[in-house]
Write a protein that binds this ligand. Structure first.
Ligand code: ZN
Length: 678
């Protein structure tokens, strides 16, 4: 559960790597991608990416295409090499990395066995649901399913205690919805209403695949929809879930039993294998209260139906083709607009890379991550830190007392680059030649235990929240650290052969973005030690809120599709990080140029121009409308185009770089309407 990590982009499922060859040939900036017929003051994003956008329609097996995606594809090819080598090794020692990776992948590619087996590998779990007689049976089965991430009611995991970051406690987080957000159950715009109908039809089909008669399948679909709608009503909104105070509610067992008396907490924890849990953070108390009530008001038969759906939904992508196809038809096609499934090898490879992440990561960095990249990246991070420090010291809206705390927090911010110093131990994970779905469930169980085993133990400072091959980055507020996996340290984000302006506009901005998360509307509530503690004076808090309110209002006005607008509050943290990221990176670039001659223009563009071109270029993207709608509801990041246009017109140096941008241009913004936050 990436609940508290603030990532650079959503869906950290893209996995990556690097060849020195592809890097050598990668242009610092590709001016062919630009559409210079567009006035940069009217639409900077289209000015930089217009030709690329025209020439890169979304492929049938994707819901978007982007610079991230291009890099992820190059990475995937490299991971494929690693995995296929393991898969071909017939003599791999049992329990070795090669044996685990190879066997996992081979069982996923063994479609003959998978088709022949149908649901047989999971029949024992379906039989457990059938045998449920009462609420305590129901909770026992749900708890068991929890141990392989198929728990239908809520997520159970461990996390650092937000008010005592040195200790690790259990957390319970709302779940139980088959649609991606509570809003899908209530919004009454045309596309959402249609999607609800399609969801019910999907539920029906899944029950038919489980051999229910059409009449029963129809009733069952309605039952699930009814239960999920009630759970959705009690669920926190995404904006509420961003509030670290509101989601901090520590309970002991007696407290849990009075908050939600019908959950059977002790028996539940015992069944998951963790009977000694004493303290739990309940992220959404109202949800658990309602769930507890529903334990009495919903019939056992209806709960069994709900459980069957959630179990089969979790298993479907790893079963026979009829399940895989129906699952894709709703979640891939109807929800996101993807026309075709990704080829099987990609799906299995991505699953292998996710479930055996650091096993593959070790081989990946050995082969593809050059030590000089780590060195250069670490230097850049230090420059960015110096830059942000200077920005904080010079802020006019913040007083000296708060500044002192802010600088202390920045100084203490940890930095991880490339890959972990200590690798995760996979010796407890057994992968055998058994049905693929069982290997996946087994890996998920390993992951569940890995998280839960941390409770009550000291925090491991070497641990990473993303695999090294991931094309992404994050800030973790409980640890006050920024992390950059090897996967993102490649072109176009990080290009060893590009001019500094281009690198500062790309990876420099990424570094600044992650750093700023320590000081966005959520991050600022944590102190230098990762504790939720208010270190702000009242006046400075008020000033921060006034400035960020300007951003909320600006983003609320960006239209995405017909009647769909950006949610300025949901995306606020990311928008602050984008604006802070570009500002801090630009200042760092200027610091790096002090006492040097200005570089000569390249391809007719000054270094300052190239900085902004580089920034806009890394966010080039085409996305299907359906996926865009889904993102606006669920993603705390603004759509790509707005991550550029929402930012540059707020940056004074942008107008210096492009003096042709003038009042009267479509997106020109007068100086007094440009917020200065960091
Ligand atoms: Zn971010």
């Amino acid at each position: 559960m990436g609940i508290i990590a603030l990532a650079l982009l959503a869906g950290c499922s893209s996995r990556s790597k690097k060849t020195m060859d592809s890097e050598k040939n990668y242009p610092a900036l590709n001016v062919q991608n630009m559409d210079t017929t567009i006035n940069p003051g009217d639409d900077f994003y289209d000015y930089v990416n217009g030709n690329w956008i025209k020439n890169h329609p979304v492929p049938a097996d994707k819901n978007s295409i982007s610079a991230f995606d291009e890099l992820a594809e190059r990475n995937r090819e490299e991971i494929k090499g690693i995995v296929e080598e393991a898969a071909a090794d017939k003599n791999a020692e049992p329990g070795s990395a090669a044996q685990k990776i190879g066997t996992f992948y081979n069982t996923g590619m063994d479609t003959v066995s998978i088709e022949k087996e149908g649901t047989t590998p999971v029949d024992k779990y379906l039989a457990m649901i059938d045998a449920i007689k009462n609420i305590s049976d129901l909770q026992s089965v749900a708890a068991l399913f929890q141990t392989f991430h198929a728990g239908p009611f809520f997520y159970l995991f461990s996390n650092q205690d937000s008010k005592n970051s040195a200790s690790v406690i259990a957390g319970c987080y709302q779940a139980g919805l088959g649609l991606p957000d509570r809003d899908y159950y209530f919004n009454n715009d045309g596309p959402t209403k249609k999607l609800r109908e399609e969801y019910v039809a999907h539920l029906e089909k899944m029950f038919e695949l489980l051999k229910d008669s059409p009449v029963v399948a129809k009733e069952n679909a309605q039952t699930v929809m009814k239960i999920e709608t009630e759970l959705a009503k009690a669920s926190f909104t995404r904006v509420e879930n961003q509030d670290p105070q509101k989601t901090y509610n520590k309970f002991d067992i007696a407290g849990l039993n009075s908050l939600a008396p019908n959950i059977g907490w002790e028996a539940y924890f015992t069944r998951t294998g963790y009977p000694d849990i004493k303290e739990v953070n309940i992220y959404q108390p109202s949800f658990f209260k309602e769930l507890s009530k529903m334990m009495k008001t919903v019939s056992i038969n209806d709960w069994k139906t709900f459980l069957r759906w959630h179990f089969i939904n979790a298993a479907a992508p790893y079963l026979s083709q009829d399940f895989v196809k129906e699952n894709f038809d709703f979640y891939g096609n109807k929800l996101s607009g993807q026309e075709e499934m990704k080829p099987r090898w990609k799906r299995v490879l991505d699953e292998t890379s996710a479930d055996l992440g650091e096993l593959i990561g070790q081989l990946y960095v050995k082969k593809y991550f050059p030590p000089e990249a780590k060195k250069r990246m670490t230097e850049m991070v230090m420059n960015l830190k110096k830059s942000l420090r200077q920005r904080i010291e010079n802020l006019t809206w913040m007083g000296p007392k708060t500044k002192e705390e802010a600088v202390a927090k920045l100084d203490k911010m940890g930095v991880k680059v490339g890959y972990p110093d200590k690798w995760r131990d996979y010796s407890g994970l057994e992968i055998t030649y058994q049905p693929y779905v069982l290997n996946v469930l087994n890996a998920q169980n390993f992951d569940f235990r890995y998280s839960m085993d941390k409770i009550g133990k000291p925090v491991d400072p070497t641990e990473w929240g993303m695999t090294p091959q991931t094309v992404n980055a994050y800030y973790n507020p409980n640890r006050n650290e920024i992390v950059f996996p090897a996967g993102i340290l490649q072109p176009p984000f990080f290009n060893m052969n590009a001019d500094d302006a281009v690198n500062y506009g790309a990876i420099g901005m990424v570094i600044g973005h992650e750093m700023t998360h320590g000081f966005d509307n959520m991050g600022r509530q944590f102190d230098k030690n990762g504790n939720l503690r208010d270190w702000w004076t009242k006046e400075d808090s008020r000033a921060f809120e006034e400035h960020t309110k300007m951003l909320v209002d600006q983003y609320n006005k960006y239209k995405v599709l017909d009647s769909t607008y950006v949610n300025g509050q949901l995306t606020l943290g990311e928008n602050i990080a984008d604006l802070g990221g570009i500002t801090v990176a630009l200042n760092a670039y200027k610091l790096s140029r002090e006492g040097k001659e200005p570089p000569k223009p390249i391809d007719g563009f000054t270094d300052l121009q190239r900085f902004f071109l580089s920034y806009a270029q890394i966010w080039r993207m085409n996305m299907r409308d359906k996926e865009l709608r889904r993102r606006v509801k669920t993603d705390e990041h603004s759509p790509a185009k707005i991550r550029i246009n929402g930012v540059v017109y707020n940056v004074p140096d942008f107008y210096k770089a492009f003096p042709q941008v003038k009042p009267g241009d479509k997106l020109y913004r007068p100086a007094d309407e440009r917020p200065v936050i960091w």
